[in-house]
Design a protein around this ligand. Structure first.
Ligand SMILES: Cc1cc2nc3c(=O)[nH]c(=O)nc-3n(C[C@H](O)[C@H](O)[C@H](O)COP(=O)(O)O)c2cc1C
Length: 206
């Protein structure tokens, strides 16, 4: 049976709706999601989405479950220094991890193996275990440092997916743009994706 467990980290880059929608889709597909939320991600989520998450993992989970109207048993919200979480050890961590959105700061920390909080440690574990790591990086423009960090990680097999939705599916709303990015992420994870028509199939007529 496929290991339907995944680590999802939200960091403090713009694009909180991408992370929220991705979480919703993964839970709808019965993934067990270990959710890690940085302090800056909570600020961004409140600013961009009006959703105020408490700092404590249990209280944050309660708010998210109410907001998404989702299953409670599949969502595990982990604290910033919850070193006993399964994601902190190669012996137990899910083989797939997505950082969405991924800030330039977290990109740098991951590229340098800092492991100073649970997000950085979980990414380090996926790297050392040679699992699948996807970073949905959001910044513009990119500095040489950002590009070097992305290049370094890409050479290690990390998938760098800039939060840069296409427009060829003729989006009618912000939700359509969000779904474009989430659809590409789900594709890379090998998860089901019916959010956006595939290129060459069911395209809207011009
Ligand atoms: C509303 C808001 C939007 C931000 N947008 C970005 C962004 O798009 N990209 C980025 O790299 N940092 C952005 N930042 C700055 C990061 O949140 C900040 O560098 C933070 O230290 C990142 O920490 P983290 O990676 O642990 O979440 C934003 C901050 C705020 C409050």
């Amino acid at each position: 049976m496929a290991d339907k467990r995944i680590t999802l980290a939200w960091t403090g880059a713009s694009g909180a709706p991408y992370g929220l929608r991705l979480l919703e889709c993964l839970l709808a597909q019965d993934y067990q999601v270990f959710l890690l939320i940085s302090s800056a991600a909570r600020v961004v989520l409140a600013t961009e989405h009006g959703l105020k998450l408490p700092a404590g993992p249990d209280a944050a989970k309660k708010v998210l479950v109410e907001h998404l109207q989702c299953h409670t048993d599949k969502l595990v919200v982990c604290g910033k220094e919850d070193w006993f979480s399964p994601v902190a050890s190669g012996s137990a961590a899910p083989k797939q991890m997505v950082v969405c959105p991924c800030s330039a700061g977290s990109l740098s920390s991951i590229a340098h193996g800092l492991s100073d909080n649970l997000i950085e440690r979980a990414a380090d574990v996926v790297l050392k275990e040679r699992g699948q790591l996807l970073l949905v990086v959001r910044e513009t423009p990119f500095s040489t440092l950002h590009l070097e960090n992305m290049h370094k990680l890409s050479q290690m097999g990390v998938t760098i997916m800039p939060a840069a939705p296409g427009f060829y599916h003729q989006p009618q709303s912000i939700d359509d743009l969000v779904d474009f990015m989430v659809a590409r992420i789900l594709d890379h994870l090998g998860a089901e994706q019916t959010l956006v028509p595939r290129w060459g199939y069911d395209q809207r007529q011009r």
